[in-house]
Ligand binder design. Structure first.
Ligand SMILES: [Mn+2]
Length: 419
């Protein structure tokens, strides 16, 4: 039984030719891959008190209650998933393995170090797991260079790490019957203007060729590569730039290209790139994030930039070829709230895109009636999206409105304050 508020909203959308039921069905069938690293400021569990270092990225803030170990991270995530409508995925970085007391170096990680994550995720009914090699916060990444390092021995170390990550990802895909994305992002860059921009890129391409040499089943693993424009202390040159990876992905033909909303010029939107890239790559990985003046990894909100990303995915009928992940880490507020607010915002932005009066917009544009197109866009801004969203939450037994914050407040008082 639907709420009367929803019935009213459904009629408002129907008047514009929009089927809210179809939108809710599609939204329910679209998992978001939650980034595990929001829970502990990208520290990982290789050793106690591990912290993020280098790589041109930085978690700012020191809000209390950070997850200090695997148990605490899982405990926090259980609340997060409970407060999200729909079935979702978890995206793990390699530094989050269940390593036990003996240190395991990055090039020695194996599927067995992540077996307990599979058990945990299955027990909680997650849609699947995704993976990433971690090419930062490590002595051999201290110079800010990994797969493109001039030293062949150091390159080999990171090649072994990335190859191991692919095998772990394939294991996830097999365990869930749903392919895992293994996304490669490396920090390799230069603070100041380099003389030679070419050789590091040649070395990176050669390293990637070796990382991808092992054939793994496509039904278990989707390989993705993620570009970046700049980072902190990496302002002048990034080896794995947009042009580098887009060209590399198209040349190979079997890679997903990863667009991170924070990895471009601060005024550059990734939305416009989606229909261009998917002309030439089989699939796309989205890292939905929010840069504020730089790649600051602020919590995702349902703003115009985020909505534009999902509008492009929906308008192009690209949902089946797009994997949606989140990538941000805010340590200045309750970390569980950061996860929940950001994920729900991404879902709301997707819902807004699914509720566009697409037939009427397409028709107005086709017949050159740009005033009608503009009027429709403006009309959409005032439609009762929130009522449809509340109905979605209600049907999925999750708090609607701001109710989820109450549960987080209780958890903060009972669990987080004791850490
Ligand atoms: Mn990213």
């Amino acid at each position: 039984m639907s709420s009367s508020a929803y019935t009213t909203a459904r009629e408002s959308y129907a008047a514009l030719g929009v089927d809210t039921e179809a939108a809710l069905t599609r939204l329910a069938a679209t998992p978001i891959s939650l980034h595990c690293w929001q829970g502990d400021d990208v520290g990982g569990f290789e050793n106690p008190n591990a912290t993020l270092s280098g790589g041109g990225i930085q978690a700012t803030g020191n809000y209390s209650g950070k997850a200090r170990n695997l148990h605490e991270l899982r405990q926090d995530l259980e609340l997060v998933y409970k407060l999200l409508p729909g079935r979702h995925r978890l995206n793990l970085h390699a530094i989050y393995g269940d390593f036990g007391p003996q240190p395991v170096d990055r090039d020695a990680i194996e599927p067995r170090h992540f077996a307990s994550w599979i058990d945990w995720a299955k027990a909680r009914g997650l849609h699947g797991l995704d993976f990433n090699p971690s090419c930062f916060s490590h002595p051999l990444a201290a110079a800010g260079t990994t797969l493109s390092h001039p030293d062949a021995g150091i390159r080999d170390f990171w090649i072994r790490h990335c190859a191991a990550a692919r095998r772990i990802g394939a294991g996830f895909g097999e365990a869930f019957g749903s392919p895992a994305v293994n996304n490669i992002w490396i920090p390799d860059a230069s603070k100041d203007v380099p003389y030679d921009r070419l050789e590091p890129r040649r070395r990176l391409a050669a390293s990637l060729d070796r990382v991808f040499a092992e054939k793994l089943p496509a039904k278990h693993l989707i390989d993705a590569v993620e570009s970046k424009l700049f980072g902190i202390g990496a302002e002048s040159y990034t080896v794995g730039s947009h042009e580098f990876y887009l060209g590399y992905a198209i040349k190979r033909g079997d890679l997903a290209y990863c667009l991170d909303a924070g990895h471009f010029h601060p005024t550059e939107s990734i939305a416009d790139k989606i229909s261009a890239i998917l002309q030439n790559t089989p699939s796309l990985l989205l890292h939905v994030s929010r840069g504020v003046r730089w790649d600051s990894d602020h919590v995702v909100i349902c703003d115009d930039a985020t909505r534009a990303i999902f509008e492009e995915v929906v308008r192009g009928n690209f949902l089946d070829r797009t994997m949606i992940g989140l990538d941000y880490f805010d340590a200045s507020i309750n970390r569980i709230a950061a996860w929940v607010i950001g994920t729900r915002a991404a879902q709301k932005a997707l819902l807004a895109a699914l509720l566009e009066p697409s037939a009427r917009l397409r028709n107005a544009e086709e017949f050159g009636n740009h005033a009608l197109r503009l009027a429709l866009f403006e009309e959409c801004r005032a439609l009762p999206l929130g009522l449809v969203w509340d109905e979605f939450c209600r049907r999925h037994d999750t708090p609607s409105g701001i109710g989820f914050m109450d549960e987080i407040a209780v958890y903060e008082q009972k669990i987080l304050s004791a850490r």
